[in-house]
Design a binder for this molecule. Sequence first.
Ligand code: GLN
Ligand code: ZN
Length: 758
Amino acid sequence: MAKSSVLGYPRIGADREWKKALEAFWSGKLEETDFQAKLQEIRLDHLRKQQEKGIDFIPVNDFSYYDHILDTAVMFGIVPKRFAYDGGTVPLSVYYGIARGTKDAAASEMTKWFNTNYHYIVPELDGASPALTENKPLIAYREAKEKLGIEGKPVLVGPLTFLKLSKGYDKSETNAWLDRLLPLYVQVLQELANEGVQWVQIDEPILVTKTSDADLELLNKIYETFAAAVPGLNIMLQTYFESVENYSNIVALPVQGIGLDFVHGATGNIQSIKASGFPADKVLGAGVIDGRGIWKASLPGKLKLLDELAELVTPERLIVQSSCSLLHVPVTTERETKLTSELKNALAFADEKLDEIVLLTKALSSRNAEIIAEIENSDRTIQALQQSEERNRVAVQEAVATLSVQQPERSRPFAERHIAQQDKWKLPLFPTTTIGSFPQSAEVRKARQLWRKGELNNEQYAAFIRDQIDIWIKIQEEIEIDVLVHGEFERTDMVEFFGEKLAGFAFTQFGWVQSYGSRCVKPPIIFGDVAFTGEMTVEETKYAQSQTQRPVKGMLTGPITIMNWSFVREDIPREHIAYQLAYALRQEVEALEQAGIGMIQVDEPAVREGLPLKENEQADYLAWAVKAFRISTCTVQDTTQIHTHMCYCEFHDMIDSIEAMDADVISIETSRSHGELIHSFELNTYKLGIGLGVYDIHSPRVPSVDEMTSMIERALRVLDPKLFWINPDCGLKTRGLEETVASLRNMVDATKIAREKH
Ligand code: GLN
Ligand code: ZN
């Protein structure tokens, strides 16, 4: 009989209890013992839920105190030297120090987990001497068994994926590092086997990316070592997010199960199975329920796929599971009371996905009338949404059809625009600016809450926002920043704000997902055709501009970022969703320009997040992403200066696309890449305006003038001084007032020094 399984369950809790506990602990409001108790309660709750729903293989050790990659590093004693740690169990203070930084030591870098919006802490191997500090999977397994009688399936990050995602070592040392880590993995697995663990899930998502022959050798070595050292333990080698490369090599590994994604990368994986077969000695983890999307699955189609797979593999060797960890979706739709029933009925979050998995598993062994009805019902709700007015906005569809066959272009090339813009704006060498947001103080958040509750009326709230703008316009003038911003006080979040004003979006009340650490986001749902319904940012921007002689930069979130930070409909291609958004934003850009705003920033921090994992699909994505940006910005006058901003990410292979966006100025986060970004620009001569962030905004530390001077000088070694801007790494909304003012003052002082020198 087929079995059901889940690859991981969201940590944050239906009410973000997890986030709240972490933050209470950090702020000293929760003692460590109470904190531990609270986290255990949350963890057990999640296990109990899966147990009650009837999941056969319930994951344990998928829970984390921050991030599962950090957990893995810490389990192996991999702690950067700058944190005071000398062996043994890693205390929570050190654990959180690595994640968040301390007053003496900078946090480890964090980066995107494959093509998701989850961020992991990058392990730093340099100087580490790995040793097993505690067997975390074992502890998790015991807990589930003792407290709930669950025969859990411990989840581990696989050695190849772990190594590939780590930094601080030379590629030539990969083998040596593997030799250091393997015995530790073996010890963990042996202890699990001795405890009576039946199955472990070892995650190797790296196998969906390009694998070299050398990687494959490492892979063989890893799993041969495990098979020899822990023969009694069943290993589910789990992949996700795409189809695997080198299918034949992977299924030949001496493991007992192979987990494949049949949602993202379904075509490739199915083709591989059909072409090469599936080994008779293994079980197949069939990831048919989307662990990343929020839509109800069309279950008849899923069942058909499972039937096909069952024929190739036999039903006994089939495990029905989520395509990846459910970490990437919200907890439950149950508490959503404000969505239309048409939409709500078409949604499935983590808990609803558990039901889908269980139902499909049942259907594989007995197809009675009740089960069939339930399966068929899932399609009806999707069809109902399909017929809705929101999915059939003809005007938008026609406009986008026209736009998508044109090449959006500014009227003149950058070199000419640059001259016209210099002529108009007369900016000094190394103009200074900020990225958009200023501190969202408790006062700002309070006012917004009161307004949302109706305790402040629209006029009172608008007056409050104007006061904030006044304060910050004065501060910016006093610090002598050249290009000002209004501060984004009216926005909670750079996507939600626009989503609330555009048609085609819906908002959940509790649809949170973890982004990094305790930070959660509540992505809007783009469920219909997107349409501009009225000005979104003009009022505040225009007001700010009326208070100063200096230029105020308008501030919008770009089409690709809005799309990549939302959950989107799946009935039309993402490309078309991007164009719909771009078309709506273009109308806002034009409205700003009409209102006399001559610099407009269209933020695109999330372009990289949508980059397909498969290299052969990347160029196409980048081309339409660039096109969407250009659709939204290309209709302005030559003298109107279009800015864009991107947060930290790897740019080395994207510089051409960034250039093709044709923004007059781009600001990019630099500090946390430890110079790697500047290195990316070394080989290229970037020809448009560019500001490389000169200080890290993720910590309250005030950087010195000297530090910023050296950042500036380093950048000027590779960039044209005439095109260089000076700005912080990113928006300042999470910072406090004092540190922000002090940092910006130092930034302007460093700018003055640079101006004298160059
Ligand atoms: N304009 C936004 C801000 O300053 C940009 C934020 C971002 O890039 N994530 O907050
Ligand atoms: Zn940013």
